[in-house]
Design a binder for this molecule. Structure first.
Ligand code: FEO
Length: 401
């Protein structure tokens, strides 16, 4: 395949990845702006391939490599992360180019073997190991559980460049490879979405990694993740965002996620939002009939409260909210208050079930659950507004602390 070319990133590094304009679902995470699978070619004395791409993009990646050097000249491949979006075509690429060495972390060696059952010998690099590959010095750092046990990053000394695999990445298809060529507000939103939907449970490890990078005292000019743009300017912005998201310091806002059967719970949500706003906290109103679990997680990152509204249907909560809570529970958001609300007609089990979810998630109560029978009248909506005010007061106090 020809027609695809590499893009130069730095003195020795070329981007040879693929842009996936059509991706809308990344294992349950909605990716409205598509994604990229970044792979890099490092041109020292011998070419080194850094990561690969999702299997269907193999030929496109090899064509980009071929625009710089014959793929058969690549003697070394480094796999920073075994997940299929970066390793899906690795076995086929090994078959095609027969490299002398393939490197991965200790856990990467195991995970790649379990995933592909491929006979090629993969060599483990140790945490902190410095290796000369293709004539250039690399230092490898294991980043276990960021976000897989096999994850690692590497530093290319000559170009002062970090290959950060999933870290500092985002799902964003863009024709502009460099972050400084893209709209910063889009980068911030998609970076935050990526953090909230992929990295959130490992926030404490991210803070440790950022600290470790600081203590290494290395100069970093470029951060090249495996998804989204490459950063060559304003690295402090990117690192600052990640540090802030990882601390999960609550802000003065509350996410109201709800679904509704006959608009009663929707009315309650809107009235609660009014109460929050009037009492000085920002409501983020999220109807689940038209938004995704990933949208909600994005807004929950650094929010002060999570208010969930569900009607009772068949003695339980609405399925969209069960989906959301199951997803949110796994991502383990911290420092959140929570409260339930909803309309019911007969027995009204939904709020009690929502509160069981909150308990399971370890979330502190913002207010007792608010239930309304059938359609809320003026007095009931006034109660919703007061409920919003009550939550706003708690959210504001915590945001100030
Ligand atoms: Fe982008 Fe964890 O794979």
């Amino acid at each position: 395949m020809s027609g695809f070319r590499a893009v130069r990133v730095s003195e020795h590094v070329f981007w040879v990845g693929a842009v996936d304009w059509a991706l809308r679902d990344f294992h349950g995470y909605s990716t409205q702006r598509g994604s990229t699978y970044n792979a890099f070619l490092v041109m020292g004395e011998q070419p080194v391939l850094i990561d690969t791409v999702k299997a269907p993009y193999r030929d496109e990646m090899l064509a980009r490599v071929a625009s710089v050097v014959s793929p058969k000249e690549v003697k070394v491949i480094v796999s920073h992360h075994a997940e299929m979006d970066h390793s899906g075509c690795l076995p086929q690429v090994i078959e095609l180019i027969r490299p002398e060495k393939v490197y991965a972390s200790t856990m990467g060696v195991k995970n790649l073997a379990d995933q592909f059952h491929h006979p090629h010998q993969i060599t483990a690099v140790k945490d902190g190991e410095r290796l000369k590959l293709g004539g250039l010095d690399f230092t490898f750092l294991e980043t276990r559980m960021l976000h897989w046990p096999d994850s690692m990053i590497s530093y290319l000394h000559a170009d002062e460049l970090v290959f950060s695999q999933d870290g500092f990445g985002m799902h964003l298809a863009t024709p502009h490879l460099f972050a400084d060529e893209n709209d910063l507000s889009v980068l911030r939103y998609e970076g935050r979405k990526y953090f909230a939907n992929i990295l959130l449970p490992y926030s404490a490890l991210i803070l440790k990694l950022l600290e470790r990078i600081k203590t290494l005292g290395i100069s970093i000019k470029v951060i090249a993740p495996d998804h989204g743009p490459v950063w060559r300017k304003d690295l402090g912005t990117l690192l600052g965002w990640n540090e802030k998201w990882a601390t999960q310091q609550p802000e003065n806002r509350a996410v109201i996620a709800y679904d509704t059967m006959w608009q009663s719970t929707a009315l309650m949500a809107r009235s609660i939002a009014d109460g929050l706003r009037e009492a000085g906290a920002e409501p983020i109103v999220m109807p689940m009939n038209c938004l995704t679990r990933s949208d909600v997680m994005t807004e929950l990152l650094c929010a002060g409260a999570f208010l969930v509204g569900s009607p009772t249907i068949n003695s339980t909560i609405f399925p969209t909210l069960a989906d959301l809570l199951s997803y949110a529970k796994g991502l383990k958001p911290k420092n959140l208050l929570a409260a339930a609300f909803g309309s019911y007609g007969w027995s009204g089990e939904a709020c009690a079930e929502l509160e069981r979810w909150f308990k399971d998630m370890g979330l502190e109560s913002a207010a007792p659950a608010l239930k309304v029978k059938f359609v809320p009248d003026g007095a009931a909506l006034e109660g919703c507004r007061k409920f919003g005010e009550q939550v706003a007061q708690r959210v504001r106090e915590r945001a100030k602390a």
